[in-house]
Design a protein around this ligand. Structure first.
Ligand code: DX5
Ligand code: ZN
Length: 216
């Protein structure tokens, strides 16, 4: 069964609590929280105080995706806000290894995200320092974009890298995932699918989450 992390980026922000409850009722495995700073990506969303408030309304694990420049500056804030996984972009931090350790030292799971055009070599020296790899299948910054087909082959390659390593690393894919391409992404080797607009833009997030969960 696919693991699903609804991204609240496309939710109705005036009733975020209800939106989260809906996907929880639909069987969501995580809540994906897209944090954007207007510098690393051309959009701004929310910060740790919002995550901290949301922490009180659900027990689902929080999968925090930091699309911010020099994320090391904010790790402590997101740890204290109640995150379970913190994922940083390899392109956004100069001392990637140190930033990942900062997350793990706080007792959280550490993820590294790669943009569609970022090569995989960067994974070579950090495999023992990560719990999750998040492959972007759109350019980060906005919900509702189209899945970039070239990423499917990248998912297969990362699946092999993880399997060859013998490590328990979750392979998450984020961007442009819809009911009609989710199977392809899972078959390429993903463990965890982030879904934003296809869950929150059709009026019934609970039912949409159920449909994703029933895909296999
Ligand atoms: C994009 C975000 C995604 C986004 C996905 O920068 O990281 O998590 O919410 O939204 P959809 O599923 O609409 O592409
Ligand atoms: Zn995301």
């Amino acid at each position: 069964m696919p693991l699903i992390a609804p991204s609240i980026l496309s939710a109705d922000f005036s009733r975020l609590g209800d939106e989260i409850k809906s996907v929880e009722n639909g069987g969501a495995d995580y809540i994906h929280l897209d944090v954007m700073d207007g510098i690393y990506v051309p959009n701004i969303t929310f910060g740790a105080p919002v995550v901290s408030k949301l922490r009180k309304i659900t027990k689902l694990p929080f999968d925090v995706h930091l699309m911010v420049d020099r994320p090391e500056r904010f790790i402590d804030d997101f740890v204290n806000a109640g995150s379970d996984i913190i994922t940083v972009h390899a392109e956004a931090t100069i001392h990637l290894h140190r930033t990942l350790q900062q997350i793990r030292n706080a007792g959280l799971k550490a993820g590294v995200s790669l943009n569609p055009a970022t090569p995989l070599q960067i994974l070579d020296y950090i495999l023992e320092d990560i719990d999750l790899i998040l492959l972007m299948s759109v350019n980060p910054g906005f919900g509702g974009q189209s899945y970039i087909n070239a990423v499917t082959d990248k998912i297969r390659k990362v699946r092999k890298i993880i399997d060859d390593s013998g490590r328990e690393i979750v392979l998450e894919v984020d961007g442009g995932i819809k009911l009609d391409n989710a199977r392809l992404v899972m078959q390429a080797g993903a463990d965890l699918l982030v879904v934003g607009s296809d869950i929150f833009s059709h009026g019934d997030p609970e039912q949409m989450t159920k449909l994703f969960k029933e895909l296999f």
